[in-house]
Structures are given as structure tokens and as C-alpha cells.
Design a protein around this ligand. Structure first.
Ligand code: B4P
Length: 318
């Protein structure tokens, strides 16, 4: 059972860790913009201090696992669900307050698929926090080397969405009941958005959500992403599968990824970029995309795969 007080436990731990310099809050200058072509809303956060932070390759070089024996000052709960499977930690380098990490107690690799208990504990954590903190939260999972991940010990992340922020997935799912895709029905995809994304509305009644339902949703979305990786096996036989997983109480979403960083513009994304929360480390890039928001849709495509809305699956699809 996740304690009902988890929200206040996170806030207390965050306050003391910040006051005592156990975490490094990254100051950002943020701007809300809209791309009228795709209809996507964005919050662009400019943070030059992150230029000094090591990239994935450098972070892995020393071979240490920061989640194996996490700092006590960043550990919110040693056993989140009282089942010996997950610990809840504070992110040491947050851009948003109270950004937490849901980490497996035993080492599992970040490339492994999410299991039904992992999906369920993430969903329950979301429900508890949305109820007690009067804010909307989002869970995300960056899996594979092109997904934007930097740590290999399996971890999901959770943060509060900015107030009044409407991710495009909200509009896509508005008024639509929960369903599972089948041979005739594809997951939702917004044809104005450049990149492939697979979305399902979640049931309104959170009590009807169980491990089986979570697993069916996740697997049906992952299947669509696998088709892209299959198509690429001739061209890039060693390509490792990468994708972003995003979950709110309203919807579940999966984005297949082809690269971490764009080439046309110095910008990279993890999962939150594909909900519209974009982190920029260079001033000229910040200027360019705030002046011309449609550029973001181009670079999101460069780091993903083309939208497949309206394409019927064939016998060669997963
Ligand atoms: P990963 O899945 O491996 O990687 P990531 O979130 O893309 O973060 P990355 O480390 O690549 O940093 P980036 O500059 O892109 O997650 C690893 C997580 O573990 C990260 O949250 C990391 O900070 C954390 N961590 C590393 N060492 C730790 C330690 N010793 N103890 C506890 N936690 C540790 O982004 C910087 C930060 O901003 C990340 O937290 C990222 O999630 C967040 N972020 C990125 N875009 C954002 C946006 N638009 N809005 C809000 N936050 C955003």
C-alpha cells in the first residue's frame, strides 16, 4: 500500500534536501508557447547551467549506480508499496520541485519492459498524489539509449505538470472512453503532430484499473513501436529499441525514438519533451524556438519516427 501521506513526505524531504544542499535545483527561465500548426502547447525552460552536466556517455564512464545505495537525504521511502520492490527517491537534479524517482530495489536494466506491478504502482502513485496534492502529475519512463535516459538502473520518474498546462494528449483523448486497440481499432494519434505517438484514454473510474488492464494498454502500444524497429533492422541491424512512456490519470502514451539529440538544432529530449515540456540549454536555440514554435515539431520528429495516423496495420506489423 502506498501511504496516503506520500505527497507530504515528498515535500518535507525535498525542502530539507534543498535547504541542506543535498540536491541541486536547476533554475530555469520558462516561457509558455503554442504551435498553431500542430496545436501543441509547450513550456520551454531555458537552463544554461545544464551545459556543464555530463552527458549520458560521460555519466556511465565511472560505472557507479547512484540508485544502488542512494543518499539517505534523498530517500523518501525505502519500500514505497510495502512489497519490497520499489524505493522512492528525490531527483538530485530537478528543474521542477518535488521531482521524484520510482526505482527498483534490485538492479534491473532500464532497457527492460515495464512489468504489470511496475505499471500499477506508478498508476497508484499518480492517483494518490493527484488526490492529495490538488495538482496533476505525470509519470515517465525513458527506455533505451536513444530515449534521453542517462542512468541504467531501472527508474520511472514523476513530476507535477505546470498549472493549467494542457498536453496535446489531453485534447486527443477529450470525451473519448477507454478502449483497448485490436485488429480494427488503432491507438489514438493526432494527425497534426509530426511524430509517431500512440495514445489510449484511461478509464474514468480509477478503481477499475488493475495490473491486467495496465499491462494490456502498455503492451498494445509497445507493439506498434516495435514495428518501427523491425522496419529499421536492415538499415541499422544493431539499433537498440528506444522509446518514451508517459502516463497521467487521463491517458497512457508511448513514443518510439530514433535519437536523443537533433542534428538540425542543438536540442535533445526525454519523455517530457513529447508532452510539450522542453528543456533548452543554449540561448540561440531558446530564441529560435520561441520565435518559431513550429520548429519544435520538426526536431521532435527528427528524434522520433513519422506519424502513422490513418495507416492500417498489415500482416507485417507486430
Ligand atoms: P534518466 O531517465 O536516465 O534521464 P533524464 O531524465 O533525461 O535526465 P538526464 O540525467 O539525462 O538529465 P537532463 O540534462 O536531460 O533519468 C535519470 C534521473 O536520475 C534524472 O532525473 C537525474 O537527474 C537523476 N539522477 C542522476 N543522479 C542522481 C543521484 N545521484 N541521485 C538522485 N537522482 C539522480 O535533465 C536534467 C533534469 O531535468 C532531469 O531530472 C530531467 O528529468 C529533468 N527534465 C528534463 N526536461 C525537463 C522539462 N522540460 N521540465 C522539467 N524537468 C525536465
Amino acid at each position: 500500500m502506498i501511504p496516503e501521506t506520500v505527497g507530504s513526505l515528498i515535500a518535507q524531504k525535498y525542502k530539507s534536501a534543498k535547504e541542506n544542499d543535498h540536491l541541486h535545483f536547476i533554475e530555469t527561465e520558462s516561457k509558455a508557447i503554442k504551435d498553431n500548426d500542430s496545436g501543441m502547447n509547450f513550456v520551454i525552460s531555458y537552463t544554461p547551467s545544464l551545459l556543464k552536466k555530463p552527458e549520458r556517455a560521460d555519466a556511465q564512464k565511472d560505472g557507479t549506480d547512484p540508485f544502488e545505495k542512494p543518499e539517505p537525504e534523498l530517500t523518501i521511502l525505502e519500500d514505497l508499496n510495502e512489497d519490497g520492490q520499489f524505493k522512492l527517491l528525490l531527483n538530485k537534479f530537478p528543474v521542477i520541485a518535488n521531482h521524484t524517482l520510482l526505482v527498483t530495489k534490485e538492479f534491473k536494466h532500464q532497457n527492460t519492459a515495464l512489468t504489470p506491478p511496475e505499471l500499477m504502482v506508478a498508476y497508484k502513485l499518480l492517483c494518490t498524489l493527484d488526490k492529495t496534492e490538488s495538482k496533476r502529475h505525470m509519470v515517465f519512463y525513458n527506455s533505451g539509449p536513444q530515449s534521453g535516459s542517462s542512468q541504467d538502473h531501472k527508474h520511472l520518474q514523476m513530476l507535477a505538470l505546470p498549472e493549467d498546462f494542457v498536453p496535446f494528449q489531453d485534447n486527443l483523448c477529450a470525451g473519448k472512453p477507454h478502449f483497448l486497440p485490436d485488429f480494427k481499432t488503432e491507438p489514438l494519434q493526432d494527425d497534426k503532430v509530426s511524430f509517431a505517438h500512440y495514445v489510449l484514454p484511461m478509464p474514468e473510474d480509477s478503481d477499475s484499473v488493475d495490473e491486467d488492464l495496465m499491462a494490456m494498454c502498455y503492451i498494445s502500444l509497445l507493439q506498434r513501436a516495435l514495428t518501427f524497429f523491425q522496419d529499421w533492422t536492415n538499415e541499422k541491424p544493431n539499433m537498440e529499441k528506444s522509446y518514451n512512456f508517459l502516463l497521467t490519470k487521463k491517458w497512457i502514451c508511448l513514443i518510439p525514438r530514433s535519437r536523443t539529440q537533433a542534428e538540425s538544432l542543438e536540442i535533445g529530449f526525454n519523455a517530457v519533451g513529447y508532452a510539450g515540456l522542453v528543456l533548452v540549454k543554449k540561448e540561440d536555440v531558446f530564441q529560435k524556438i520561441t520565435e518559431k514554435p513550429e520548429l519544435i515539431n520538426d526536431v521532435l520528429l527528427e528524434c522520433g519516427f513519422p506519424n502513422t495516423a490513418g495507416t492500417k496495420p498489415t500482416e507485417y506489423h507486430y
